[in-house]
Unconditional design. Structure first.
Lengths: 319, 529
């Protein structure tokens, strides 16, 4: 590792932090323009003017926006995300468990889908335009084209209701035995895998096919290398940057975009937590979750950037 | 009952004879299938509840923002869980009568203004303390405090003073109220140690189950409280669990897959499908909840009773009931109460769809142009469709309805109770008085039809203070008639609570007051051995 790389990495990280601050301003501003207010939403149809006024005063909703922004930012920097308006619970504590659940599910889904997508992509390249390629692409595209809830319900119908192999509801909790937990998340992980598989697979296929047109691959072919070793030794390393990019994009999706799957499988993750609090206008929670999601996106993108730099000799050794 | 039948039904209950064989032999003895089935369930009940095990419910209506504080309970999950861990002063029976719980006796002065509740001795809280009259007073104080966020604040506003003396709680009201004991059955009024003033979210009361798991929006768990004052009368399962399943399809699948033993809120459109699943029983009961079309009686053009009458007559209630609720409900009669309430007169004539008469009244009203009706998905399931069907039936009477579909966000703050003609829902109350005084007296905050009639207010107050039940019933009939013919309320239908229980669930007793056996499903049901 040479210093230009360190410099590049430092630059990316600094940019990322700047971006995050900008996002925090946006999130804060965005939550200010939501219609209705939190007191009304907490009390719903059962609100009386007196109880509304009492609640508003208690929640400090009468302070100006910029004061609330800096108060909030200061809290976030010291690890204090505040308390949820609607339940009065500490946000950091309640998010902790759910973030872990979300990451765990995303990790398991990624553990299955990423290698699977890359291997399928490689197979598709090896047998390109043959029936294997067409079958793989067809199935992957079909599974991606179905809406998530449809795939979810199909899985529930067959695996939970008809054959009763896996539970249809994935309620996990602290101290759940590992095997039970794995069984509980089997269906949501499968649904997520099916949803993200195609993009990564197609990208792997396209990136490698692109490289396969190069002169050095032809040379390798002329050297008499087998098709698989050409792909593995020559094509894959050179196609890795776009693949990493799309993998990271899908990882980010697995973390921040799984609300529908969480609802169908009743999985206690971040998405459901966010939606519950948006409907209650619970601004501190929405802000905290929004910021965490933004941080995940930005971090994964930085990782993707850095990985492509490291994987590319031309970027690694700039002239 | 013949001895042989009795013998046979007991054999079925103990599992020595199959149900089918029993029905066959009963038929051979000349007994109808319906009667034979009754015998069977009697026998199963006589056999007694099975103790122990784990009973699980999958319920809609829970969010990660919920807390255990009973004062803030609004959603179904907290409602049902509250009934499992909480104990109340009194409880509403399925037949509409009251059962004394923590209150051993309730009596009133002849003018129904001073009420004395004797607190039962020896009831223990989950934390080992004994329930005292002071705890009861503290609970009522917390809920009735002006600054309180309690949803029960409104119904407790009639309390003037309260004090504990010995094992009695004496309450004086500002005005006479014969229904006062019913107010104490409100599900928010869970008796907590020191009224929950120290920690309202502790989940400590004197109910059959102790709170063991409290994960808002995910799941709740309880274990049988060993020192429950009613012993084994209710609370048969050793452990209970509520899983929050807000998605209707997931809920049904969980019941089918056997992960939960009971669910709430089966959608009317899938009831027939769910019914066919082996082992699953649909538990539906006519409730007090209704879905009103509200007109402001003091805002043009609805300040004209001829127009209001035209709009009432132009509603095809049967069609709406059939298409929106798939028949799982009962038609409304433009009054906010129905036969599920005590002291209801069933002889009030049912208003029918009559486009000709509607057209006549419409012409008489002199109104022209279209009438704006606001609706939204959040008003009730199917509210948008209901508005469209109503638009069509109005067209048959020559009345033009313009529908405005409002966003769900802010519907309760910007549209309901603000706009002169909109759709809404009401959950129903324990008594007719509560329903009328919550929304149909001049001073009510929630007077969502702007029904402000001093003479009607007087009728409400008079009926409230009347201890003679026959007179009261007649008074409620008079009120209903005024409301029906002059009010701003159009009621297409009352809904039903549609729950479902799974394989082996016994002991279910539906309660018209609320879903899930009035919230007690987990406490009164058991799993067949």
């Amino acid at each position: 590792m040479s210093s230009p790389i360190l410099k590049l990495v430092a630059q990316r990280v600094a940019l990322g932090i700047l971006l995050l601050v900008a996002v925090s301003v946006l999130i804060f501003a965005g939550t200010q323009v939501l219609p209705g207010d939190v007191a009304q939403s907490i009390l719903g149809q059962a609100a009386t003017p007196e109880s509304l006024a009492n609640l508003r005063a208690e929640l400090g909703l009468n302070d100006p926006a910029y004061i609330r922004y800096f108060r909030w930012l200061g809290g976030v920097l010291t690890g204090d995300l505040g308390t949820a308006l609607s339940s009065g619970q500490d946000i950091a504590t309640s998010i902790g468990g759910r973030l872990w659940n979300t990451l765990f599910l995303a990790f398991c889904a990624a553990l299955i889908s990423v290698p699977l997508a890359i291997v399928l992509g490689l197979l598709a390249v090896r047998y390109r335009d043959g029936w294997v390629d067409k079958l793989i692409s067809g199935l992957a595209l079909a599974s991606t084209s179905f809406p998530e809830f449809f795939i979810g319900y199909l899985l529930v119908y067959f695996f939970a209701v008809q054959w009763q192999i896996f539970p249809g509801i994935s309620t996990v909790y602290d101290g759940m035995p590992f095997l039970e937990r794995m069984q509980a998340i089997a269906l949501p992980a499968a649904a997520l895998t099916l949803v993200v598989l195609a993009q990564m697979m197609r990208m792997t296929r396209a990136a490698i096919l692109n490289v396969m047109q190069s002169a050095y691959v032809e040379t390798a072919e002329l050297k008499g290398l087998s098709a698989f070793s050409i792909i593995r030794k020559h094509a894959l390393p050179n196609a890795v940057a776009p693949i990493i990019n799309v993998v990271m994009l899908n990882l980010a999706y697995l973390i921040v975009g799984v609300v529908v799957v969480e609802v169908i499988f009743v999985y206690p993750g971040m998405g459901q937590y966010l939606v519950d609090h948006v409907t209650k206008r619970d601004v501190p929670v929405v802000q905290a979750v929004g910021l965490i999601f933004a941080a995940v996106y930005i971090t994964l993108n930085i990782v993707a950037d850095i990985a492509s730099i490291v994987a590319n000799p031309r970027l690694r050794h700039p002239k | 009952m013949s001895n042989e039948l009795e013998f046979l039904s007991r054999r079925v209950a103990t599992g020595k004879l199959s149900r089918r064989d029993f029905l066959g032999r009963a038929a051979a003895l000349g007994v109808s299938a319906a009667f034979a089935n009754t015998l069977l369930s009697d026998a199963a009940r006589a056999e007694g509840p099975v103790k122990g095990g784990m009973l699980k419910a999958g319920l809609q209506g829970g969010e990660s923002s919920n807390v255990l504080d009973p004062a803030l309970n609004l959603s179904q999950v907290n409602f049902s869980f509250g009934k499992a861990w909480g104990e109340m002063l009194v409880e509403l029976n399925p037949d509409g009568s009251l059962e004394n719980r923590i209150a051993e006796e309730i009596g009133s002065s002849p003018d129904a203004k001073t009420w004395t509740m004797k607190i039962r001795k020896g009831i223990e809280f989950h934390d080992g303390k004994t329930v005292s009259a002071e705890d009861v007073v503290a609970t009522l104080e917390r809920h009735s405090d002006e600054k309180s966020k309690s949803a029960a604040l409104g119904i407790l506003q009639g309390i003037d003073t309260m004090k504990a003396s010995g094992d009695e709680v004496v309450i004086t009201l500002k005005d006479p109220n014969a229904d006062f004991p019913y107010l104490m059955a409100d599900y928010h009024l869970v008796i907590q140690p020191n009224g929950g003033k120290d920690n309202p979210n502790a989940g400590i009361s004197a109910g059959p189950y102790k709170v063991t798991v409290d994960e808002p929006g995910v799941r709740y768990g309880g274990e049988k409280f060993a020192n429950y004052w009613q012993g084994d009368k209710i609370g048969h399962a050793a452990q209970i669990e509520i899983v929050v399943i807000n998605d209707a399809t997931a809920r049904t699948a969980a019941l089918q897959g056997g992960q939960v033993n009971m669910i709430n809120r089966v959608e009317p459109k899938v009831v027939d499908l769910v019914k066919r699943v082996p082992g699953v029983t649909i538990q539906n009961v006519s409730g007090r909840g209704f879905y009103p079309f509200n007109m402001f009686c003091d805002t043009a053009p609805f300040d004209n009773n001829d127009l209001r009458m035209a709009l009432k007559l132009a509603m095809d209630r049967e069609e709406l009931l059939d298409k929106i609720l798939r028949g799982y409900g009962s038609v409304g009669n433009d009054i906010p109460v129905n036969e599920a309430y005590p002291l209801f007169s069933t002889d009030i004539e049912q208003r029918k769809f009559d486009p000709d008469k509607a057209a006549e009244f419409y012409k008489k009203s002199g109104h022209s142009g279209s009438i704006l009706l606001r609706t939204s998905d959040v008003a009730f399931p199917g509210a948008v469709d209901a508005a469209q069907l109503y638009q069509q039936s109005c067209a048959k009477a020559g009345i033009t309805i313009e529908i405005k579909r409002e966003p769900g966000d802010g519907y309760w703050s910007e549209v309901w109770n603000k706009q002169p003609f909109s759709l809404s829902y009401w959950g129903g109350r324990a008594t007719q008085d509560q329903m009328y005084s919550t929304a149909y007296v001049s001073s009510a905050d929630w007077n969502d039809t702007r029904w402000k009639r001093p003479e009607f207010d007087k009728m409400v107050v008079a009926a409230r203070g009347e201890l003679d039940q026959d007179k009261r019933k007649a008074m409620y009939r008079d009120m209903a008639m005024v409301m029906r013919d002059e009010g701003g309320l159009i009621v297409p239908f009352f809904n039903q609570y549609i729950d479902a229980s799974g394989k082996g669930v016994q002991g279910w007793v539906s309660n018209p007051a609320q879903e899930m056996c009035g919230g007690y499903a987990l406490s009164i049901c058991w799993l067949e051995a």
